[in-house]
Design a protein around this ligand. Structure first.
Ligand code: MCN
Length: 835
């Protein structure tokens, strides 16, 4: 079942909001007309390459740049000592900041070029700038580094062990923070009194985002005006401008950050990395434009990975199968340094979601953040919320089994009832609105659950193993309000800003401080503004992602753009309509209170023939020949919108799989996604977001995982080794939806950008575990490769089905997603000379 997209010309203006119109941004993207950062060519532009540590942990005895400097075409080579000067206007220190602080946080210095120690494979040691990209890379290879290798740790539990090597003198025992939420005494009491308990000791593996476009930056310095333009792959140009201004000591008002077309981010382009700061600093130092584009290998080695939890999670229940408590202890991998928003992800974006869709009277969660020798870990699609949802939904599966209940009915019995909203959880958040049974019912209907258990039993008779897995997920989007975020540690506000400008000729430009990078904001924002102003959709152009064009902004992440950015556009549009109403009243010689606005026309109440259109008023406002005395010419409005609360989307995803224990193969029979994201601005875009999200969630469940060896060397450093799922690995999806408006924004919307990624992993695992119940399998580690499944069943299905375990067939599916004929591990293939 898929929604057909509609030509906007076939939609009445009054119906534009909520229509599944086709995405206006796609023609440029699919015909190669989009302009990405690496497409930018400037006169006299130089190219930067970064020499990166080849070790997970090492002391730098010596960095000799002589040979590199002597190469033809090399313009400059920089190491830490070249940058470590207090000569910036602000006395800035060339270290990367942390944007979220916790009381117990032990901050460590994160220099943009390593000082005397490298702490992950990929840590920047030196930069080379040359006339040509290839020369820059060759010259970086010619920099001679004398390393003293040190012991390394890649796993948070290993890093917290007594005998672990210490990464930072300022963080004893590699502890970055200790954090807790909920009532431990009440929760312990719930477990003491429980009739039943279940527990899970699990890993939520480290993932790499794999945006199609690698990170890139072009910086152009204008010495005459001291203006510095930085074009970069950013999800939040205003935040990058603010942070970069501090890092390199360039005044914020003379720094422009623009995100050209961005080929995906999935969280990885929120953070401020060393590379972009280096490009900007070098361009200023050399007074020439400089470009840097990451190779795919650099992407694997330096983009912030996400997840990386080790957790003990427990569920307490009474005799009747009511959940009475949840207890969670997590060790979170933070990597070698703190990434921009790292401290928020395994804490406030995680612990606060541990009530799931359930009415749970006692919850306690403790988290220890650990420094390890992997790249700084941060948000990856979902960021904290998938980890929470995975735990709760895995526990729900095991809880239902423990008390002998159907897994769907166990969930239904424990849902927060629909009349209990707003619902205050035991972990500090208040759910805005919800009706959890509706998506569950719709999903049950869509999978034909009534017949499923019989089908499953019949299949087992034939030696076939079917399983069904439920995921009744919840998430939180549009973190807000700013005051609360500040109390929790955010070093930024979480509002959004917009400007809606009527041009004299009647068309409109809508500017928003979010910065879409694949989500279709050009379409959905135009739908919102056209609806508010009552003008044709084609007359609205949307501009995002440029600090010179848009007054202020906070960017796109946390599925906030519709709820917060969209609401900022509503607010500006409404301000603009109010000004136009005053002008209409003046022209119609009526009291503004008597002037009604409908479908782009102002008319006097009770006298529909006395009317004037908003487009005509726009022209009048700029002519300013006949406007009220106290009115300024022009028709535009700016607003900042700071929501009252988060929004809490929810839904039920159900996977139906068949598992072949003899080969370990998992086949999807069905995947059903029923999501409630409040009102939908564009159902086609919502569906597309769910599809993409589920693909990434399935990727986590079955294929993906960043693996490091004992020396913290990345073993999955290319697309040959890190199994990004291909189209053939993604199930056909049946999507459905229910609508429960959020009361916290004028559109009644909730976010959708991460829903699928949050929902899918546990739906898939619950289905696999359900299929393998006869084998006594309770849990599998992700990714659930064929080898993992085969090992869990002991290959013993061979005795059932008469098939020998297929040891050759699919064992390295975790590497490239394909069954290799010889079963041999794929060689690690570099992509050509990159470090
Ligand atoms: N939308 C809608 N109705 C709703 C909610 C949203 O029509 N009730 C529309 C929005 O107007 C927008 C899209 O759906 O066009 C996604 O909106 P929203 O949920 O607000 O999410 P954001 O736009 O803030 O996008 C961020 C989110 C995140 S956090 C990640 S990670 C992610 C994602 O979006 N990364 C993506 N989707 C992605 N899609 C692409 N193609 N590329 C990425 O990198």
């Amino acid at each position: 079942m898929s929604i057909d997209s509609i030509d906007p010309d076939d939609v009445d203006a009054a119906d534009i909001l909520g229509s599944a119109i086709e995405r206006r941004e796609d023609p440029a993207l699919v015909t190669g007309d989009a302009e990405y950062t690496d497409d930018i060519q400037l006169d006299g532009m130089l190219h930067m390459a970064v020499l990166r540590s080849q070790y997970g942990h090492a002391r730098l005895r010596d960095v000799d740049t002589t040979a590199a400097e002597e190469m033809d075409g090399v313009v400059a080579v920089y190491t830490h000592d070249d940058l470590h000067r207090e000569d910036t206007p602000s006395g800035g220190s060339y270290s990367l900041p942390v944007g979220w602080l916790l009381d117990s946080l032990r901050q460590v210095d994160h220099p943009i070029l390593a000082d005397d120690r490298v702490r992950y494979q990929g840590d920047a040691v030196a930069v080379v700038v040359a006339e040509d990209r290839y020369v820059a890379h060759d010259a970086a290879d010619a920099v001679a580094v004398d390393y003293e290798r040190l012991d390394a740790v890649a796993d948070p539990d290993d890093a917290l062990a007594d005998d672990a090597p210490t990464l930072h003198d300022d963080a004893e025992g590699n502890v970055a923070f200790e954090w807790e939420i909920g009532d431990d005494e009440k929760t312990d009491a719930a477990f003491d009194d429980a009739a039943h308990t279940v527990s899970l000791d699990l890993e939520n593996q480290l993932l790499i985002a794999n945006a199609m476009e690698p990170r890139a930056a072009v910086a152009d310095y204008h010495p005459g005006t001291d203006e510095l333009d930085v074009f970069m792959t950013s999800q939040n140009p205003h935040l990058h401008r603010l942070l970069m201004s501090g890092v390199i000591g360039h005044p914020e008002h003379k720094l422009r950050v623009k995100a050209p077309d961005v080929g995906g981010g999935f969280g990885s382009k929120i953070h401020h990395y060393a590379d972009e700061a280096l490009v900007a600093w070098v361009a200023k130092d050399l007074e020439r434009p400089v470009k840097w584009t990451a190779t795919r290998t650099e992407t694997y080695k330096t983009d912030a990975p996400g997840r990386g939890h080790r957790t003990l999670a427990e569920l307490a229940m009474d005799d009747a199968g009511n959940i009475t408590g949840v207890r969670v202890d997590t060790r979170a991998n933070l990597g070698a340094y703190l990434s921009t928003f790292a401290p928020a992800v395994p804490t406030y974006l995680y612990g606060t979601l541990l009530s799931g869709q359930y009415d749970i009277p006692a919850i306690h969660c403790s988290v220890t953040g650990a420094y390890t020798n992997v790249p700084p870990v941060d948000a990856y699609r979902g960021a904290g919320r998938p980890e929470a949802s995975f735990l709760i939904e895995r526990l729900a599966h095991l809880g239902a089994r423990e008390v002998g209940m159907d897994p769907a009915e166990f969930r239904r019995q424990n849902f927060v009832p629909d009349d209990a909203f707003p619902y205050d959880t035991q972990v500090a958040v208040s759910y805005d609105s919800g009706d959890y049974e509706k998506p569950l019912d719709e999903a049950l209907e869509m999978v034909g659950y009534d017949d499923f258990r019989q089908r499953q039993a019949d299949a087992r008779e034939e030696g076939r193993y079917l399983g069904v897995g439920f995921s009744c997920y919840i998430e939180a989007c549009g973190l807000a309000p700013s005051e609360l975020a500040g109390q929790l540690g955010a070093q930024a506000g979480l509002w959004e800003s917009s400007l809606v400008r009527f041009h004299p000729s009647g068309t409109v430009t809508a500017f928003c401080g979010t910065s879409g990078h694949g989500q279709g904001h050009g379409t959905t924002y135009a739908q919102i503004v056209a609806n508010e102003l009552g003008i044709p959709y084609e007359d609205v152009e949307v501009v995002e992602g440029d600090t010179d064009e848009i007054p202020q902004g906070m960017g796109t992440y946390g599925s906030r753009s519709a709820a917060v950015g969209g609401s900022a556009l509503v607010k500006s549009s409404q301000k603009l309509v109010e000004k136009a109403r005053e002008l209409a009243a003046h022209q119609l010689e009526a009291d503004p209170a008597d002037v009604k606005f409908d479908a782009g026309e102002f008319h006097v109440a009770g006298a529909p023939d006395r009317s004037v259109g908003i487009k005509a008023l726009a022209e009048q406002s700029y002519l300013a020949h006949d406007i009220p005395d106290d009115m300024e010419p022009g028709l535009e409005a700016t607003s900042f919108y700071d929501p009252d609360n988060f929004v809490f989307p929810f839904g039920t995803h159900v996977a139906v799989v068949e598992v072949d224990p003899a080969s370990g193969e998992i086949e999807f029979e069905q995947y059903v996604a029923v999501d409630d994201v409040g009102n939908q601005i564009n159902p086609k875009i919502v569906e597309g977001q769910v599809h993409g999200g589920v693909a990434q969630g399935v990727g986590q469940a079955l294929y993906e995982g960043a693996e490091y060896d004992a020396n913290a060397q990345l073993l999955t450093g290319s697309m040959q080794d890190y199994a990004v799922p291909k189209a053939m690995h993604i199930p056909e999806m049946d999507t459905g939806s229910t609508v429960t408006e959020s009361p916290h924004n004028p559109l009644g919307v909730k976010g959708v950008g991460e829903a699928g990624t949050i929902a899918a992993p546990q739906a898939v695992m619950n289905a696999v575990v359900d299929a393998l119940e006869p084998f006594g399998v309770d849990h599998l580690e992700m990714p659930m490769t064929a080898e993992t499944v085969w090992n869990a069943t002991g290959g013993s299905a061979a005795t059932d089905g008469g098939t020998e375990p297929n040891r050759d067939g699919d064992r390295d599916r975790n590497r490239d997603g394909d069954a290799d004929a010889d079963g041999a591990p794929d060689a690690a293939v570099d992509d050509g000379g990159e470090r």
